[in-house]
Design a protein around this ligand. Structure first.
Ligand code: GLA
Length: 679
């Protein structure tokens, strides 16, 4: 574990300036969801509040989509309903996460300022009518957003019901970029700040290729659809710009709120699922990291993807506690087939997020909508109301979170680090790569699954982060590797660490230019080899390796420069050459895996590495039983999440917090259930 941070206690001064600022005045773990009372007559609000109390809800997010109701005509405001709602909630002791509603500008703004519509890469102007359809660079949008934010900040900045500010909603989705003339102007401004001069930009972008040289800033446009593949450095800078441009929308609203209010400010992320936002940069700008996660309902063992999302969110939060701002009680409505959650699954999902560092469990949404695009989405209070099993589960979850109140502020204990990088994801998946099957998230998920199965808890880390606290660092895919990041990896290995790197890493620099001197330029020294030629495989083709293993998608012709062979290719285009290598460097070792291994084959290789790295796996547990530990100042909390249909028994002792029972030597976790043991 790399973070040694003091636990936050009531009234105790927190020494760490980056300690998250949880909703003010909410004790224990936070419980609640998005609440959209504007869709219901006010009589229903009274019932809502009564049922929230029954369920143990202590925080609701409101007004996320309410701009047109709050400002029905430009400069004309109607806060009456919101005043009444806040008073009602406050009277019932329920705190509010008050949103700035800037994700859905009102119709009047589009009418007065058509330029607020975003334009796609292929020139289509997107219409209003759904949500999150705006150009982040349009001055008219920025001004109107600032105005409504100012009004809300001034009116509710010290309202006793408000505990947290929720800026906007899910920046980056569904529209993460705009290619209109306003965006072009903002992009040029951003490029000047990054490159300083046009000469530097031409150099960085390699514009001598295909005669793309620029003589004036005004000649540079967003990378719109062109005849064929564009300039990858141009595309990569545009991806950076889009993330930064949305970030500046967020910080502008945040700073207005801060000028009116002392309450913490956040916005909801989608860490593993939003490619367009560089959350390493965003994580520093929020007072508490908040995340939304939805299961891919049809996927097999989707609790592993959930764990990965939670671990990445904790990393973005610097290892500190974070808020699960949204997930679902049951089915969503936007996947091809919206599979319902099985009994117990919602509770287990929720407590998995808590196990991995969440101090808040919230849902979309409180009461299911009768109309609109999301009426088939599950809710805490579903269409069948309090008669439903779902409602019983919601009430039970409220009790469970109450029983876990003391877990708040404790820190997750991790075993290994996995490197994650949005920039490398962007760069890898640009056009004209050696194979269309080089996919960033696929490799990360493949390694993560094996680590999960070995019951190793993962800390995700940014490319240049300090790795000294870890015995094992895994780099599943790092196509874009800066020399600074490569140095960190080199020093880590030389200092005694064990590194595992997957193929097609270390290839290009921050401008998508090849590192000089042969592949994998930035990582050649640490891996002790050169890749002479990439050998992508045909669709479905497999290559055999020693030990009965098989790879697909990719192979390489490797020349060893100090590394030793561990497994060779037995057939295919690299037959006879090394497939998996180890380089002993200083006090550590760097492993390289040059083909796509999955499942048992990848597990086989990693199990060679774990003991050499001094990492202990937990193989005594049945498949799909998850174990994670959080450490507080006075106690440890062992979360056991049983994703199987059979009861499991583990040797353990302590107090089981959900039942309050003392466990002397054996912990019994029912089929599909969860236990949290304090020791
Ligand atoms: C997102 C949004 C919510 C809602 C849910 C539905 O996370 O933030 O407003 O649309 O999806 O799953």
């Amino acid at each position: 574990m790399t973070f040694v941070v003091p636990r936050q206690a009531e009234g105790q001064a927190v020494e760490d300036p980056f300690w998250p600022r949880m909703p003010v005045g909410v004790d224990g773990l936070v419980y609640g969801g998005d609440y959209n009372p504007e869709q219901w007559p006010e009589e229903v609000w009274v019932e809502d509040v009564e049922l929230m109390r029954q369920a143990g809800v202590n925080l609701v997010s409101i007004a996320i989509h309410a701009w047109a109701l709050l400002e029905p005509r430009p400069g004309e405001f109607d806060f009456g309903w919101l005043d009444r709602l806040l008073d009602l909630l406050h009277g019932a002791g329920i705190s509010v996460n008050l949103a700035t509603p800037t994700v859905v500008p009102p119709a009047w703004l589009y009418r007065a300022h058509p330029e607020v519509r975003p334009v796609t890469r292929d020139g289509i102007e997107l219409e209003r009518g759904s949500r999150a359809t705006f150009c982040p660079s349009a001055p008219a949008y920025r001004q109107a957003a600032a105005n409504i934010t100012r009004k809300l900040g001034a009116r509710y900045g010290d309202h006793p019901a408000v505990a947290l500010w929720h800026v906007h909603n899910e920046y980056g989705a569904p529209v993460g970029s705009c290619y209109c003339p306003e965006s072009a102007t903002a992009f040029r401004r951003w490029l000047r700040a990054r490159h300083g001069s046009l000469d530097a930009l031409n150099e960085a972008w390699g514009t001598t290729f295909w005669g793309q040289r620029y003589g004036e800033w005004a000649e540079i446009e967003p990378p719109r659809v062109s005849g064929t593949a564009g300039n990858p450095a141009h595309e990569l800078d545009f991806a950076r710009f889009c993330s930064d441009e949305l970030l500046s929308c967020y910080t502008a609203e945040r700073d207005i709120l801060r000028s009116h209010s002392k309450l913490p400010v956040t916005t909801n992320f989608m860490t593993t699922n939003c490619k367009s936002i560089d959350y390493w940069r965003w994580g520093r700008e929020v007072d508490v990291v908040a995340n939304d996660h939805y299961l891919t309902a049809e996927a097999d063992r989707n609790h592993i993807d959930l764990a990965m999302s939670a671990d990445l969110t904790r990393a973005v939060a610097g290892g500190r506690p974070w808020m699960l701002m949204e997930h679902s009680t049951g089915a969503v409505n936007w996947q091809p087939r919206n599979i319902a959650k099985r009994p117990g699954e919602m509770n287990r999902n929720s407590l998995t997020h808590v196990a991995r560092g969440a101090d808040a469990v919230m849902f979309f949404q409180w009461r299911a909508s009768r109309f609109g695009a999301e009426k088939f989405h599950s809710a805490m209070l579903p269409h069948s109301g309090t008669r439903s099993r779902m409602w019983q589960d919601v009430v039970r979850l409220g009790k469970d979170l109450g029983a876990l109140h003391e877990v708040r502020g404790s820190l997750v204990q991790a075993d290994v680090a996995v490197l994650w990088d949005w920039e490398s994801w962007w760069a890898l998946e640009l056009s004209w790569r050696p194979s269309i099957e080089l996919l960033y998230r696929e490799r990360v998920a493949a390694y993560y699954e094996q680590l999960w199965d070995a019951r190793l808890t993962v800390d995700f880390v940014a490319p240049e982060a300090d790795l000294s606290g870890y015995r094992l660092v895994v780099v599943p895919s790092l196509y874009l590797t800066t020399t600074a990041a490569a140095k960190v990896l080199h020093d880590y290995v030389a200092g005694g660490g064990t590194l595992v790197v997957s193929y097609f890493s270390g290839i290009v620099d921050a401008n998508d230019a090849m590192h000089p001197g042969g592949h994998p330029g930035a990582l050649r020294d640490v891996l002790g080899l050169e890749v002479e030629e990439f050998l992508p495989l045909r669709q479905g083709e497999e290559v055999s390796l020693d030990g009965g293993l098989h790879g697909d998608v990719w192979a390489e012709h490797i020349r060893l420069e100090g590394a030793e062979r561990v497994l060779d290719y037995l057939d295919g285009p690299a037959a006879g050459g090394p497939a998996v290598t180890r380089h002993r460097l200083g006090a550590g070792s760097a492993w390289y895996v040059s083909t796509r291994l999955r499942g048992a084959a990848l597990d086989h290789v990693l199990r060679e590495i774990y003991p050499q790295a001094g990492v202990e796996t937990h193989d005594d547990l049945p498949r799909d039983v998850e174990v994670v530990r959080r450490r507080g100042v006075d106690a440890d909390y062992l979360f056991v999440l049983n994703h199987t249909d059979t009861e499991v028994r583990l040797a353990a002792s302590g107090t089981e917090l959900l039942t309050g029972q003392r466990c002397e030597s054996e912990l019994c976790v029912p089929a599909g259930g969860t236990a949290v043991l304090r020791s």
